[in-house]
Design a protein around this ligand. Sequence first.
Ligand code: ATP
Ligand code: MG
Length: 392
Amino acid sequence: RNDDWQIAMKVIEKIEQAGYEAVIVGGAVRDYLLNNIVNDIDVATSALPSEVKRIFSSTVDVGIEHGTVLVLDEGQPVEVTTYRTESDYSDYRRPEQVTFVRTLDKDLQRRDFTINAMAMKKDGHLIDLFGGQEDIKNGVIRSVGDATVRFREDALRMLRAIRFSAQLDFTIEEKTLKAIQQDCDLIEFIAHERIAMELSKLWKGKNVYGGIQALIESHLAKYLVGNFKDNEQHWKEFHTPQSEVGWAYLCILNREEVQDIFDFYRLSNKDKTFIKNVMNAYTGLLKEWSIMDYFTNDLFVLETAYDFAVWQQKSIPFEKSEIKRVKENLNIQSVNELAINGHHLMEWTSKKRGPWIKVALDAAIITILYGDVQNDEHTLKEWFLNEFNNER
Ligand code: ATP
Ligand code: MG
């Protein structure tokens, strides 16, 4: 990902050559200082969006009203945002109205936490007005300026503080935490999608358990759907690189509230399907998986359900590696591998299409899985006409 850094530097160079200032800001600087993988690199500039568009030949307006232009000149897209201040916050939500400014200081001042409010020049020189480096060194999340003021401007920042503490395994500075405790109810003004986005990042954090504890300690947990307090201990060993695993775990721990969780956080259909599959696999595991459970669920679903059981100290009488082995040794891996289909069945019986076909094909899969018949057309025809067809 070093390429991305080089590409951002080229963009900065071109902006400087046109007579404006440009720097790398925010998360990229933080992650660089932490030696973490740098995700997306944001460039900030004194040039107005119209001026940025004049400098480069290929740009896309992705959020021009917020000052963001996507520069495509260097092959990889780079987000370039004009220095701006935010004002006129209403209802404790981030403002839609922004004002472009020509000085970096003002832009850094509007950012949420000291570790997110640093900038880096092309030559590597760091602009750190609020002690971000020191906070990175000590592992601290601290608001830029007065925490209470900043949280009242945009209440989502309270949840972001906790998300970053989990993501990086940092602690939340005392005044910052106190300010959250004091104004935790303001989170109710925030769109649930934005809340869900922060939680999705929290699930993938280095210290999710710490994040859950911080949600409880800050009292924010009270305003979220799902019981965090009574389940605190179950998060101790939780870790995942995939956010849907976090949502599934929240659902496993709050079985009576699954629909509320789906609705409140507006989870995607993809996530909901994954969650339902994991929940079924988990229930199956506590009884004992049948060969059909291995067949119908994909490996990731099964392994996730297994992890959930382990994290909750359920005793499972086999190793996790066993799952892959059993799955690979199934006599048939998927419906597509079945040597017969509905057309075969209709031809053999002269019966019309109907629900009986699925019943018969499912039965065929089960007998193949149990090793009672071979998966080839001839054997299956014999099996079907002799046994299955007679039974009906
Ligand atoms: P991630 O690695 O999760 O993307 P990030 O720091 O890039 O972390 P973003 O949400 O992408 O986080 O925001 C980019 C930057 O914009 C932040 O580093 C911060 O400086 C600023 N920022 C984002 N959201 C807010 C907010 N609600 N209030 C103040 N500043 C914010
Ligand atoms: Mg980011």
